[in-house]
Design a protein around this ligand. Structure first.
Ligand SMILES: Nc1ncnc2c1ncn2[C@@H]1O[C@H](COP(=O)(O)OP(=O)(O)OP(=O)(O)O)[C@@H](O)[C@H]1O
Ligand SMILES: [Mg+2]
Length: 295
């Protein structure tokens, strides 16, 4: 090896150490890191991540929502966030403020044209995900909710490697074809030592707004059954509500609509369950009894 190569290696190592120190510093200011994942596409990972983040923020928590679905980011559209990020003079990314307590980062907000495709291999994706933690002005957060693409590929692996104290929320729908992939996700978590906070079953049935009858569109109870079989905590079921599809397409989340509905009630219970599992439900209950729940 030439001396110049040696110097480069030393520099590379120093740079890596500095990057890791920045990541550790950032992570030390975030109390809970939750990775929303599933082996299956289209089961509602992004919806669950977005509504969990919204729910936590509504309960007064300071929340970061990090979209690591680099090829199919949907969080900004779901939340109606327009435009690209701004940067500090030190070139650190300033996340989009959905509101005072919910700040969002997604690759979508770095693209000039939102329809352009991101064509990256694993190492580049790993670098980008690390930068989304180290080079973003997250500040002090109670929760960092992370939305991942389907499967057990680069993105959830990068999160598991970069955030050692992250916990997974595994999303499924009730039918066996989804559960088969979800079991792979659970085994992935076990293999990479990513603790699982619990399983949530989405689209677990359609409740008719007129007669209240529940139609199990995709089968029934598969999430709970799998949770029991695999000895994982069950975080609850979220019914199918066609208004969620429209709300996401319009970028106007349902929580902004004061009408109550089985889905909104289930989302509230799910958020409470997550807080409980994170050991912060005491503060949650106080918030309700004290009547001090802001926006
Ligand atoms: N409980 C629900 N009721 C009705 N529609 C839902 C529900 N959950 C999610 N959806 C809708 O299903 C579609 C897929 O949801 P979403 O994008 O959250 O899934 P995903 O798992 O993140 O998908 P991908 O694997 O592509 O990232 C969206 O149109 C969303 O609005
Ligand atoms: Mg998604």
């Amino acid at each position: 090896m030439s001396s110049s190569e040696g110097a480069q290696c030393g520099h590379g190592q120093q740079q890596q150490e500095a990057d890791n120190a920045r990541i550790q510093d950032q992570l030390s200011r975030i109390s809970h890191k939750l990775l929303v994942m599933s082996g299956k596409g289209g089961v509602g990972k992004s919806s669950v991540a977005a509504y969990l983040a919204l729910g936590l923020a509504k309960l007064g928590r300071k929340v970061g929502l990090l979209d690591v679905d680099l090829h199919g980011p949907s969080i900004p559209r779901m939340l109606g966030l327009e435009g690209i990020f701004s940067f500090t003079p030190e070139k650190r990314m300033i996340p989009h403020a959905y509101n005072e307590r919910l700040h969002v980062i997604s690759i979508d907000c770095l693209l000039q044209d939102r329809d352009s495709a991101v064509i990256w291999r694993g190492p580049i994706k790993h670098g980008v995900i690390k930068q989304f933690i180290s080079d973003v002005e997250w500040g002090n957060l109670d929760f960092l909710v992370i939305d991942s693409p389907p499967g057990t590929g680069d993105e959830p692996l990068s999160v598991a490697q970069t955030i050692p104290d992250a916990k997974a929320i595994v999303v499924t729908t009730p039918q066996e074809i989804a559960l088969a992939d979800v079991r792979k996700s659970i085994n992935f978590c076990k293999q990479v030592n990513l603790p699982i906070l619990g399983i949530v079953e989405n689209m677990s049935g359609f409740i008719c707004p007129h007669c209240n009858t529940e139609t199990p569109l995709l089968g029934k109870g598969g999430g709970l059954r799998t949770a029991k079989q695999m000895d994982i905590h069950f975080l609850g079921s979220l019914p199918f509500d066609p208004r969620m599809v429209e709300a996401s397409d319009l970028g106007k989340p349902l929580l902004e609509n004061p009408d109550s509905s089985p889905l909104l009630n289930a989302l509230e219970r799910f958020t409470a369950e997550v807080l409980d599992r994170c050991g912060t439900s005491g503060a949650f209950l106080k918030m309700f009894s004290g009547g001090g729940c802001p926006k």
